[in-house]
Design a protein around this ligand. Structure first.
Ligand code: ATP
Length: 493
């Protein structure tokens, strides 16, 4: 991809609305701050992001299973987890503009000392509602502010039923809700959003297997430790593995998951230099965390948290054990030894923030083509391919229709028979469709079709019978586009 001009978050939001990715929720009534609806392309993209995340975090692994917990649950979960008491934001008001926003506990003192602001008070961002027809204390419930707690509450059941052994993980993708004081910056800070979370459990003081550590040896990132921040130093690029060896990252497991999380973004086409790992200061950590490294991304608004990667210790299981009076210890050998597992790492990623990252990475205005090209990875693109008959006539449309029907058994396919071929290409480039297949005279005579590559506009001709197999290999990245068939001269780019 050529050097690209970065766009603002507002420009991205406008593009997403114009193309059918994301709209302000119920815009016909003026929308509602912090709530968004995904359109016909957006829903495909988020489903593909979730699928790609689930594949790497659950399906590819021997040690992780998933669950899908309810959004509303017994409120004692949130009392035990500490959210009712400790999950608070401080509301700060800008005296001049009247604008309100939230700050974390560790930032409050500096705002109190600054004449320009008033610290108005604390606020718990959990949404509440009532179960049953009667409002009242006994019926008060919360919309979950994180998905993690249903993993902890169900830990014992899942561990035993899935016959897990430490170390192991439980993953979940689902909605979370926070009544943010100032939702802003498109999907970055929403009131309703989705999280993709993994709780990874180990027996205390056990090491990360060397084959896991070998996997991450080459992954590097700009690191910003607590100490470097205190000294106002800039981030330093280093191998995550080396950072662990030097004791900069305390735990091997933490280094492993940090590298895996970054690696996931890189494997889907993101640029490494846009990421950094920043350690939380002592007073910045959440109430449950032992150590936290945020995977940050350079958003158009600046460096911001993309994903929190926290060591939660045994805080949550211990709390639930104490409050529920159920045992959460598990066997670790045949001699009957039991331990309370520790959550050595919790990668917690907001789907909306991942969506923004993939869109920003993909978006390019190509001056030569005078068009926006969305260079989405084929695994994420809403449509894998577009199919266009380029010669008018029933027999061409019939053939194209049959090809579409067959390809749809496996791929997401867009059929488009209207407009000039150039317009059809351009429309699909803007939607991020990586491949477009054209049906012409030779398709009837020689049973071949052309495939066009979105990024280079190069074309190859392949046998119709082989289209499915070729597409499968192209999406998996198993073959280079040029090797997918016989090169043909490109007339319309
Ligand atoms: P922030 O400091 O930005 O409010 P946080 O530290 O409170 O985030 P966590 O509690 O660590 O966030 O949540 C884990 C992840 O969930 C975040 O890294 C982010 O990707 C996502 N997330 C949290 N709050 C929101 C939100 N209001 N809108 C969209 N995504 C969110």
């Amino acid at each position: 991809m050529p050097d690209k001009k970065e766009i603002t978050i507002e420009e991205l939001a406008m593009f997403c609305k114009r193309k059918g990715f994301v709209y302000p929720s119920a815009e016909i009534y003026g929308g509602l701050a912090g709530f968004w609806d995904f359109g016909f392309l957006g829903v495909e993209l988020v489903n593909n992001i979730k699928k790609a995340w689930w594949h790497v975090h659950v399906k590819e692994r021997e040690d992780v299973v998933g669950i899908d917990g309810s959004i509303i649950t017994n409120p004692r979960v949130w009392e035990a987890s500490g959210h009712v008491k400790n999950f608070v934001d401080y509301i700060v008001k800008d005296k001049k503009t009247g604008e309100e926003f939230k700050v974390d506990a560790h930032e409050v003192e500096s705002y109190k000392k600054n004449d320009k602001y008033i610290v108005e008070g604390v606020f718990n961002p959990m949404f509440t509602t009532n179960v049953g027809p009667h409002a009242g204390k006994g019926n008060l419930v919360y919309l979950r502010p994180e998905t993690a707690q249903s993993i902890f509450a169900n830990f014992k059941l899942v561990f035993e039923q899935a016959r897990l052994k430490l170390p192991c993980g439980i993953a979940q993708i689902g909605k979370a809700f926070r009544n943010e004081v100032a939702p802003r910056e498109f999907l970055f800070r929403a009131r309703e959003f989705e999280q993709m979370e993994l709780e990874y459990f180990i027996a205390p003081d056990t090491k990360c297997p060397s084959e896991y550590m070998d996997e991450i040896k080459s992954v590097e990132v700009a690191l910003l430790t607590e100490d470097m921040q205190k000294k106002k130093q800039g981030a330093k690029v280093m191998k995550i593995y080396d950072a662990w060896k030097k004791g900069i990252i305390n735990s091997d497991w933490h280094a492993y998951w940090l590298a895996k999380e970054l690696g996931w973004f890189l494997s889907l086409g993101a640029r490494g230099e846009k990421f950094r790992a920043r350690q939380h200061g002592k007073d910045e950590k959440s109430h449950y965390a032992v150590d936290t490294w945020d995977l940050e991304y350079e958003f158009p608004m600046g460096w911001r948290e993309l994903e929190g990667i926290a060591n939660r210790g045994n805080y949550d299981l211990k709390q639930h054990q104490e409050v529920s009076k159920q045992g959460f210890e598990v066997l670790v050998d045949d001699k009957g030894t039991k331990v309370l597992p520790e959550v050595i790492c919790e990668p917690s990623l907001g789907l909306g923030r991942a969506f923004i990252v993939f869109m920003l990475e993909a978006y390019e205005h190509d001056a030569k083509r005078d068009n926006i090209i969305l260079h989405l990875n084929p695994k994420l693109a809403p449509y894998t391919a577009g199919v266009f008959p380029i010669v008018k006539g029933d027999k061409y449309e019939k053939l194209a229709g049959n090809i579409v029907k067959d390809l749809r058994k496996e791929f997401s396919i867009l059929y488009d028979k209207s407009g000039s071929i150039g317009r059809r290409y351009a429309r699909n480039d803007e939607m991020g469709t990586p491949f477009t297949i054209t049906i012409d005279e030779d398709s009837l005579r020689k049973k071949t079709a052309t495939i066009r590559d979105r990024d280079t506009t190069k074309q190859v001709r392949v046998k119709i019978d082989e289209l499915k197999d070729v597409l499968r290999k192209l999406v998996a990245g198993e073959i280079k586009f040029e090797k997918a068939g016989k090169a043909v001269e490109t007339r319309v780019k």
